[in-house]
Design a protein around this ligand. Structure first.
Ligand code: 2AM
Length: 197
């Protein structure tokens, strides 16, 4: 079981979209082919960050968990179809060329709720991307066959800064509602069974 931490403990946390093994494998395969160098993000760590909260104390964690308990948002599909880099930040990424309106709405709602709960709100505009490598030399952009990812939950992730690199542990999952063809929500979420797959 993950260590959810006692109330007095500070945890380094972020909210993320965490892909399953198939999406991670497909992305890692593209990265090996198209991203030339840098410190590659290990396959098991690939994710899209929604909001980095930093060190969160027990009180703030309770407020954050209340956001998850009241969250309403719809599941959606994301097509990762573009590989590129930000030369100044020396980051290589894969991203959707089109951001679904559902994701934009979800992110706006999350930021509002973080603000209301007096939790850190990201200062940067939200540009959904999955970091593939850091310390990368600038490289070409590539349009790739889309990696289609069905997203039905937000994950609360704890980050450990180990000497060998970041290690992540999924603490909670907040389900997004699946909408069937008749427009009614169906299905639910689940608590994670332990560490990141
Ligand atoms: P990045 O992929 O864009 O670098 C966990 O550290 C995740 O939080 C990373 O994916 C990183 O996003 C993101 N993040 C955003 N702001 C951060 C910060 N100030 N410090 C560390 N990570 C941050």
């Amino acid at each position: 079981m993950p260590d959810k931490g006692s109330d007095g403990e500070t945890q380094r946390l972020f909210l993320a979209l965490w892909p399953g093994a198939a999406v991670r494998g497909a992305v890692a395969h593209l990265a090996r082919r198209l991203v030339p160098d840098g410190r590659r993000v290990p396959t098991q760590n690939l994710h899209i960050t929604l909001a980095f909260l930093g060190d969160v104390t027990g009180d703030a964690r309770s407020r954050m968990l209340a956001i998850g308990a009241n969250l309403t948002g719809s599941a959606f599909a994301l097509e990762l179809d573009r590989i590129g880099c930000w030369p100044r930040r020396r980051i290589s990424w894969i991203a959707p060329s089109q951001t679904p309106a559902t994701l934009t709405r979800l992110n706006r709602k999350l930021r509002e709720q973080l603000r209301t709960a007096c939790l850190p709100v990201p200062k940067r505009r939200f540009v959904p991307h999955m970091t593939l490598a850091r310390g990368s030399a600038p490289h070409a952009f590539h349009n790739v066959t889309p990696v289609v990812w069905s997203i039905d939950r937000i994950t609360v992730v704890r980050s450990y800064l180990d000497p060998g690199g970041a290690r992540y542990e999924i603490l909670y999952e907040w389900p997004l509602q699946r909408v069937n063809t008749k427009g009614w929500p169906s299905g639910g979420g689940r608590m994670p069974s332990g560490n990141v797959e």
